[in-house]
Design a protein around this ligand. Structure first.
Ligand code: PEP
Length: 249
């Protein structure tokens, strides 16, 4: 059975001290059940936060990794370094990386492969901008992102990935996709995976929803058959909101 996952993306928020407080609070409040909880912190928080996460269902993640394995790439952080700091997950292809840092499908494909080679689970993000949805192109845009980012992986490698559908118009705007819009796209993604890798792998792939998810709408989103959890931005910055979403399952 596929895993239910709620991952918090802290983005560029929280000093190390504030991040540690938040991680400790969440660690106290997570009780091990059937939901995997992931805290995706800034790079410099990783190794300290790793030391305070003691629950079996609570994991650490990064928000990005370099597209090269090592070497003269000033300011970059490799997948191997992230792994060595204690992380198990890494977000790849968040829309902010695609937009502000011009990360292309081929760069993201390299990052996915480096993550997997270093035993990190990539949380691969995809999603359309508003103009693409209004033009009726959203399904094709998302399919293209998933195919270009992931579909040259072996079935074994693909089985280790997690996908996050994040409509860009819903991220940080307070306007979430409706449960119907989320379910429609998650089903499209799952069918696309089934076409490439077959039904058993598609059925086992966790597909998360991201975009203005909060305690008040999480339950409605998560009860959809193809929505397996959430990637949470703003609401991951306070323990009560984040745990409200985790407990929505
Ligand atoms: C995100 O950035 O991945 C995200 C989903 O943000 P928010 O929850 O703030 O919309």
């Amino acid at each position: 059975m596929r895993k239910k996952i709620v991952a918090g993306n802290w983005k560029m928020n929280k000093t190390l001290q504030d991040g540690m407080e938040l991680a400790k609070t969440i660690n106290r409040q997570v009780y091990d059940n059937n939901v995997i909880v992931v805290l995706c912190t800034p790079f410099i928080h990783l190794s300290d936060v790793a030391k305070v996460l003691s629950k079996d269902s609570l994991f650490l993640g990064a928000q990005n990794c370099a597209s090269e394995a090592s070497g003269a790439f000033t300011g970059e952080v490799s997948a191997e370094m992230i792994r060595s700091a204690g992380a198990d997950y890494v977000i790849i292809g968040h829309s902010e990386r695609r937009t502000y840092f011009k990360e292309s499908d081929s760069i993201l494909n390299k990052k996915v492969k480096l993550s997997l080679a270093n035993n990190l689970i990539p949380i691969f993000c995809c999603g359309e901008v508003l103009a693409e949805r209004q033009a009726g192109k959203h399904i094709q845009v998302v399919k293209d992102q998933v195919e270009k980012g992931l579909f040259d992986l072996s079935p074994e490698d693909f089985s280790r990935t997690v996908i996050a559908y994040e409509p860009v118009w819903a991220i940080g705007t307070g306007v979430n996709a409706t449960a119907e819009q989320a379910q429609e796209m998650h089903k499209v993604i799952r069918d696309c995976i089934a076409g490439k890798y077959g039904n058993p792998i598609a059925e086992n792939t966790s597909i998360l929803y991201g975009g203005s998810c909060k305690p008040s709408n999480a339950k409605e989103l998560f009860t959809n058959p193809d929505v397996d959890g959430g990637l949470i931005g703003g609401a991951s910055l306070t323990a009560s909101d984040f745990m409200g979403i985790v407990n929505a399952f």
